[in-house]
Design a protein around this ligand. Structure first.
Ligand code: IPM
Ligand code: MG
Length: 370
C-alpha cells in the first residue's frame, strides 16, 4: 500500500454527519480497491463542538487541520445556536479554518450533469452542458475587513460597520488561481466586482488587468459588474468558463450558480491555500450546501456533494485525476440509473435514502473500478 495521506474529517452539524458517513464509505473503498490509503482523524466542529467543548472550533482542531494533508468538511450551524453571540456562532468554525490555514481560493464548480438537466428550474436548453467554475476569494474582503463591529452613537442609536478591503497581493494570488484553472479549461476568465461604485472594486479590476497583461495574455479576460453577472448567470450561464470574484460577491453568485444545476445537494467545493516552500498546499473540501437542519436525521439528504468533495480532494490535493474521475463517474451513474434523493427526484426515478445512494455509489465503483 502507498504511503498514507493524512486526512482530517470534520462532519459538523445537521446533515453533515449523515452525508459524511457516505463519503467515508467511498474513502474506505479507495483504500481497499485502489491502494489510496488515508490516515483519518475525525473531530467536532460547529454546534457539535459548542455543545461538547463550549467553542465552535478548538485550537487543537485548527492545529490538526494544519498538520493534515487535506481537510474534508461537512457543514455547520442550526437554529439552536442562532441566538448565540457572534463569537460563538457555529459558522466561526469554517471562517476560522479559512483564515488560519490561509485558504484564500474557494473553487466552486457548477456542473450540469446530463441526467439532471431537468432538475434545474431553468429551461434545459439554457443549462445543458453547463460547466463553470467560480473562484471566490475567501480570506479577505468584507468578511474579515477592519474596522468592524457595532458602536453606540451619542443619541443611543447604533451603527453597524463592516469594511471591504483588498490589497494588490490578495487580488493577484486569487486571480492567478483563476488564470491557471482557465488554462486547463476553456481559457476564459471573467473578473467580477463593482468597480463602478467601490474603490476596492476598481483596484481589483486594475490589478487583474495588469496581471493578465504581464503573465496570462494567452487567457481571454473580461470584466463584469457583480449585479450584471447575477443577471447573466440566469440569462445565459454558458457564456462563462471561470469567474473570479470577491468573498461576498462569490458567496452570493455561487449560491445562484448552484441552483442552475438543480440542487444544492450536488455541488462540491475546494478551498486552497498557497503552495508552501515544502510543496505542500493547505486545502479544505466541503459541499456547498449547509447543514439543512430541517431535513437532518431523516435519511433523505443527498450525499453526492460530500462524495464529490472527496473527489475534488483526490484531484487537487493529491493529483489523483483518474481516481477523482472514477468517483465522479460513479455518482453520475447512480443518477442516470434513476436512484435519487428527494432534492433531485424526477418522474420515472426511484426515491432512495442517503444510505442507499451511498451504497449505490460504492456498487458503481465496484463495477467501474473492476
Ligand atoms: C459558504 C457559507 C459561509 C460563507 C457561511 C457558513 C459562513 O455561506 O461557505 O458559502 O458565507 O462563506
Ligand atoms: Mg454561502
Amino acid at each position: 500500500m502507498a504511503s498514507n495521506k493524512r486526512l482530517l474529517v470534520l462532519p459538523g452539524d445537521g446533515i453533515g454527519p449523515e452525508v459524511m458517513a457516505e463519503a467515508r464509505r467511498v474513502i474506505d473503498w479507495m483504500g481497499r480497491r485502489r491502494a489510496v490509503g488515508f490516515d483519518i482523524q475525525e473531530d467536532l466542529v460547529g454546534g457539535a463542538a459548542i455543545e461538547a467543548r463550549g467553542t465552535p472550533i478548538t485550537d487543537a482542531t485548527v492545529a490538526a487541520a494544519k498538520q493534515a494533508d487535506a481537510v474534508l468538511f461537512g457543514s455547520v450551524g442550526g437554529p439552536q445556536w442562532d441566538k448565540l453571540g457572534f463569537a460563538m456562532r457555529p459558522e466561526l468554525a469554517i471562517l476560522t479554518l479559512r483564515r488560519e490555514l490561509g485558504l484564500f481560493a474557494n473553487l466552486r464548480p457548477a456542473l450540469v450533469l446530463d441526467p439532471l438537466v431537468d432538475a434545474s428550474t431553468l429551461k434545459p436548453e439554457v443549462v445543458r452542458g453547463l460547466d463553470l467554475m467560480i473562484v471566490r476569494e475567501s480570506t479577505g474582503g468584507i468578511y474579515f475587513g477592519e474596522p468592524r463591529g457595532v458602536e453606540t452613537l451619542p443619541d443611543g442609536s447604533k451603527r453597524g460597520i463592516n469594511t471591504e478591503v483588498y490589497t494588490t497581493a490578495e487580488i493577484e494570488r486569487v486571480a492567478r488561481v483563476a488564470f491557471e484553472l482557465a488554462r486547463k479549461r476553456q481559457g476564459r476568465v471573467c473578473s467580477v466586482e463593482k468597480a463602478n461604485v467601490m474603490e476596492s472594486g476598481l483596484l481589483w479590476r486594475q490589478t487583474v488587468t495588469a496581471l493578465h497583461a504581464r503573465d496570462y495574455a494567452d487567457v481571454a479576460l473580461s470584466h463584469m459588474y457583480a449585479d450584471n453577472c447575477a443577471m447573466q448567470l440566469v440569462r445565459n450561464p454558458r457564456q462563462f468558463d471561470v469567474i473570479v470574484t470577491t468573498n461576498l460577491f462569490g458567496d452570493l453568485l455561487s449560491d445562484l450558480a448552484s441552483m442552475l444545476t438543480g440542487s444544492l445537494g450536488m455541488l462540491p467545493s475546494a478551498t486552497l491555500g498557497a503552495v508552501g516552500p515544502d510543496g505542500r498546499r493547505a486545502a479544505l473540501y466541503e459541499p456547498i450546501h449547509g447543514s439543512a437542519p430541517d431535513i437532518a436525521g431523516k435519511g433523505v439528504a443527498n450525499p453526492l456533494a460530500q462524495i464529490l468533495s472527496f473527489a475534488m480532494l483526490l484531484r487537487y490535493s493529491f493529483g489523483l485525476e483518474e481516481d477523482a474521475a472514477l468517483v465522479e463517474r460513479a455518482c453520475t451513474e447512480v443518477l442516470a440509473a434513476g436512484l435519487r434523493t428527494p432534492d433531485v427526484m424526477a418522474p420515472g426515478c426511484r426515491q432512495a435514502s442517503t444510505e442507499e445512494v451511498g451504497a449505490a455509489v460504492v456498487a458503481a465503483l465496484d463495477r467501474l473500478g473492476a
